[in-house]
Write a protein that binds this ligand. Structure first.
Ligand SMILES: Cc1cc2nc3c(=O)[nH]c(=O)nc-3n(C[C@H](O)[C@H](O)[C@H](O)COP(=O)(O)OP(=O)(O)OC[C@H]3O[C@@H](n4cnc5c(N)ncnc54)[C@H](O)[C@@H]3O)c2cc1C
Length: 392
């Protein structure tokens, strides 16, 4: 069992920008990760298991739908609190943060933002408590970056809808109780449906052989003439803006989350550089190691400032999708570069499970691809500043 010596880094005194409530929420999540996650996360990854006992703990620290109001069972927190919780979870593991992100932004958010009152009352309190787990089906085998081309579809059969198609790369699908599924209606319009496990024709085969996010369960969603009750259609959104609205919220969480992974790598590298002696002195005394560490803390600090400002804008409902894209892209890339440099500072030890580095690095290879790839977010920024669409 690995010892967790993590210490957070706050080079620009960012804590002064946080309220006492923010700090309490962050510290509660941090303490829970230290007690319940880091002691077993390495083994969970080595054995490709998502420890189900984490679900109740995640609910207790408010990680499921942090900003969902109390009347629907959520903690009713602000966006910065949401970000801070994601940061602490991803300090533990990106797979853990993914589970909470999906439940919050990709399952609870669409029900809250686009669902009927009955749907909100039926599902949200149970999702907030972790009594129900959800997943989000947008990506298909032949449609990843271009979800508009999706083939999954449903037909109106009078008293129900008939759903056909397949989704892949779906986080939490192997154990989710419900799935938010994006599919085209007979007029070709994208709509959201709530599909429940147990509906005949609905299966969720698990995806095996991943080298990344190994503590997060990933799978497919397969719909073979699945009868979906009409009351399970999300009534208040049509078109791609439905799933994109969810992704905005999730990407915001990722921009914060990856700072946690970066901090963990930096913290470990800093400590190792002071302890590891080569040529008669600590490797941290060599200029080349100092360059790596100095650049790491500079990039972490810039990312912290970016997300804090983004959080303020999001609290004021002023954060644009393009601003969120910029933060997701910048911060994931920052974290991945830091993980790679930290791996080098640890030398051979960096490839072992004794340190969290390689696990974070492998996880971040997924995070840089999902929820919009690194290049797709660049194109979003490019389109925003030039007005020209370079996607197609
Ligand atoms: C571990 C994991 C978990 C996931 N969880 C979920 C989930 O819960 N729900 C869900 O719906 N999806 C999920 N995804 C899917 C993820 O969102 C997609 O993998 C992602 O959107 C990219 O799609 P793709 O893999 O099909 O790649 P592609 O779209 O095929 O892209 C391949 C490459 O081509 C590039 N490219 C594509 N189009 C362009 C263009 N116009 N210009 C320039 N370059 C381009 C991309 O940037 C990329 O580098 C998950 C993925 C992973 C790996």
């Amino acid at each position: 069992m690995a010892t967790d010596n993590f210490q957070a880094h706050d080079y620009y005194l960012m804590d002064e920008l946080l309220s006492d409530e923010h700090k309490l929420i962050r510290d509660t999540a941090r303490a829970w990760v230290k007690k319940e996650v880091t002691p077993i996360v390495e083994e969970a990854c080595q054995t490709t298991t998502f420890p189900k006992q984490w679900i109740k703990g995640l609910a207790e620290i408010g990680a499921f739908g942090p900003y969902i109001p109390a009347e629907y069972g959520g903690p009713g927190l602000d966006q910065i609190s949401y970000g801070l919780i994601m940061q602490e979870l991803e300090r533990g593991d990106s797979g853990l943060r993914s589970t909470a992100s999906v439940q919050s932004s990709l399952v609870m958010y669409p029900i809250y933002a686009y669902g009927s009152e009955e749907q909100k009352k039926k599902y949200l309190p149970k999702l907030a408590a972790g009594d129900l787990m959800g997943c989000f089906g947008l990506t298909e085998p032949d449609h990843g970056s271009n979800p508009n081309g999706m083939l999954t579809n449903f037909k109106d059969k009078g008293d129900h809808y008939l759903l056909n198609g397949a989704k892949m790369w779906i986080s939490n699908s192997p154990f989710a109780d419900i799935a938010i599924v994006w599919a085209k209606d007979e007029s070709g319009e994208i709509r959201g449906l709530i599909v429940e496990r147990g509906d005949p024709g609905f299966t969720t085969p698990e995806t095996h052989g991943k080298w990344s996010l190994r503590a997060s369960a990933t799978g497919e969603l397969v719909f073979d003439n699945v009868k979906v009750p009409k009351e399970n259609l999300l009534p208040n959104v049509k078109g791609l803006k439905g799933p994109l609205g969810c992704l905005n919220s999730a990407r915001f969480g990722i921009a914060w989350g990856v700072i946690g992974a970066a901090m963990d790598c930096y913290d470990s590298a800093l400590r190792y550089s002071k302890e590891r002696i080569q040529f008669g002195k600590p490797i941290g005394a060599f200029q080349l190691t100092q360059k790596k560490l100095a650049e790491m803390i500079t990039e972490i600090t810039k990312a912290q400032l970016l997300t804090w400002r983004l959080g303020v804008l999001k609290n004021e409902n002023r954060a644009t999708p393009a601003q969120i894209s910029m933060a997701k892209r910048n911060n994931v890339n920052m974290a991945l570069q830091i993980a790679r440099e930290a791996r080098q500072i640890h030398g051979g030890m960096g490839i072992t499970g004794e340190y969290p580095i390689m696990r974070h690095m492998m996880n971040l290879e997924s995070v840089i691809t999902y929820e919009g790839t690194h290049d797709i977010h660049l194109l979003i920024t490019g389109m925003d500043v030039t007005g020209f669409n370079a996607f197609s």
